[in-house]
Design a protein around this ligand. Structure first.
Ligand code: HAM
Length: 432
């Protein structure tokens, strides 16, 4: 039986790789200009890390964790799962290595695969890739940093060539404001929830915010009838949000305030945001993020080393969705194969000379290759050179009298001329 890649995962093939590399390079360039350093964490972690941070009632933890089982599991091994997101692992690493002791503000970024046991569909995979950033530390408790991090996410998308996306923002306020918000929602919905589906009733009980994201038509109607606004915000919560918006205005970043935006993960307080792109269908979020000031202390096992004012904010962009958007907008980066020189072996007896010549080019940093097809005709070798995008071919042959003949052909112009056997690499380098 043929084995395929698991459902909801995909292979990134050589002719797709340029688009991935280009997106990654764009992000890395911007991270550097904004002062972010890369952090790499394991792809699996203790399951408890995600339960404690994302929340036991969230979809990701409840239904989507992909558990890892070792055939040699030790009794003292905790349960492991593949990471469904990058924020909790970054906070775990921040605490574990005491980064807060050395740095007033740690600006960290990551690029890599995440795993969620979702029902696969377009733009929704079980292994997908995120580009993410997290700013953590005493210096991260500042509204201008909220504006800066949103600008960074927006600028990565712009530099990658994506257009037609929208930044939606909201504020949940402090932890206390958020509780008041949840209570207000429960009070407003108390009389209406009886008419809704069992799923909605369950969400009402377990995590009322999830109703705001509900796709259920009857529930949507009820939610749309609510006058949510920003009444849950205390004076200081409202002032904070105001300063965030002023920061965005200052940076010239367009946004829309969306009262229904609350985000599905438990750790958020204050600013939350999402970037969506028209034309992507149901899975239209290119990225999302928000502030999670309480998480650092919460994951530090009750060791109160940190002052209350430790702040944290971050975002993650979905790479597959960005690439889908670029493709839909006709801006996908195409893979171009490129090779400096392809050495054509004009006679079977010259195979070893060809092999050695290719090697001598490579030693000089020239991208070189040859045909490994045995005694394939010269015409076939030229076709192979074309497929590999060779700029030049060097043809190694023998004339009728058995004397060595050596020439070089410019594949773009078709002009062929003799090559001297001395310092061939130097001659090629001068032509490149
Ligand atoms: P999230 O909203 O769960 O947030 O994911 C962020 C982005 O990852 C989504 O907007 C989407 O583009 C992409 N994504 C999520 N799930 C899938 C999937 N199954 N298939 C394809 N793409 C997907 C987080 O992960 C938070 N850690 C973001 C954050 C960072 N908040 C603060 N810091």
């Amino acid at each position: 039986m043929k084995i395929s890649s698991p459902r909801g995962t995909s292979d990134i093939l050589p002719d797709q790789i340029a688009a991935w590399q280009s997106l990654e390079t764009t992000a890395r360039t911007l991270f550097r200009t904004y002062g972010y350093s890369e952090l790499r964490t394991p792809v699996f972690e203790e399951t408890g890390l995600f339960k404690r941070s994302l929340g036991e009632t969230t979809e990701v933890v409840n239904k989507q964790l992909l558990e890892v089982k070792s055939q040699r599991a030790d009794a003292q091994d905790a349960g492991f799962c593949l990471r469904p997101e990058g924020t909790a692992p970054v906070v775990r690493a921040y605490n574990q290595h005491g980064l807060g002791r050395e740095e007033f503000l740690s600006k960290l970024f990551y690029v890599g695969p995440m795993f969620r046991g979702e029902r696969p569909q377009k733009g929704r995979l079980r292994q997908f890739h995120q580009i993410g950033a997290e700013a953590i530390g005493r210096g991260a408790d500042h509204p201008l940093l909220d504006a800066e991090i949103m600008a960074l996410a927006v600028n990565i998308l712009k530099s990658a060539g994506v257009s037609d996306f929208k930044l939606k923002i909201n504020s949940l306020g402090s932890a206390e404001d958020k509780q008041n918000f949840a209570q207000w929602l429960r009070d407003e919905l108390k009389d209406k929830i009886g008419h809704l589906s069992d799923t909605c009733k369950d969400q009402y009980e377990r995590n009322v915010f999830r109703l705001l994201d509900s796709k259920d038509a009857a529930c949507r109607e009820v939610i749309n009838g609510l006058d949510i606004g920003t009444r849950h915000l205390s004076a200081s919560g409202a002032a904070y949000f105001q300063r965030v918006r002023e920061g965005l205005d200052r940076l010239g970043i367009a946004y829309e305030v969306s009262a229904q935006l609350v985000r599905g993960l438990d750790y958020y307080t204050h600013t939350v945001f999402e970037i969506s792109c028209a034309g992507l269908g149901a899975q239209d979020a290119l990225g999302a993020g928000g502030r999670y000031n309480g998480l650092i202390e919460q994951l530090d096992g009750g060791d109160r080393r940190f002052p209350q004012t430790i702040g944290a904010i971050g975002f993650a962009l979905g790479m597959e969705r960005i690439l889908l958007a670029l493709e839909a907008q006709g801006r996908a980066v195409q893979t171009k194969r490129s090779l400096d020189v392809f050495v054509v072996c004009g006679k079977a007896v010259l195979e070893r000379e060809t092999f050695a010549l290719v090697d001598s080019f490579r030693r000089e940093g020239i991208a070189a290759d040859m045909d490994f097809g045995g005694e394939r005709p010269v015409k076939k070798q030229f076709e192979q050179a074309d497929r590999l995008g060779a700029r030049f071919t060097v043809i190694l042959g023998e004339d009728d009298a058995g004397a060595a003949s050596l020439s070089v052909k410019d594949m773009a112009t078709g002009i062929q001329r003799p090559l001297s056997p001395e310092n061939m690499a130097g001659q090629i380098k001068n032509m490149l």
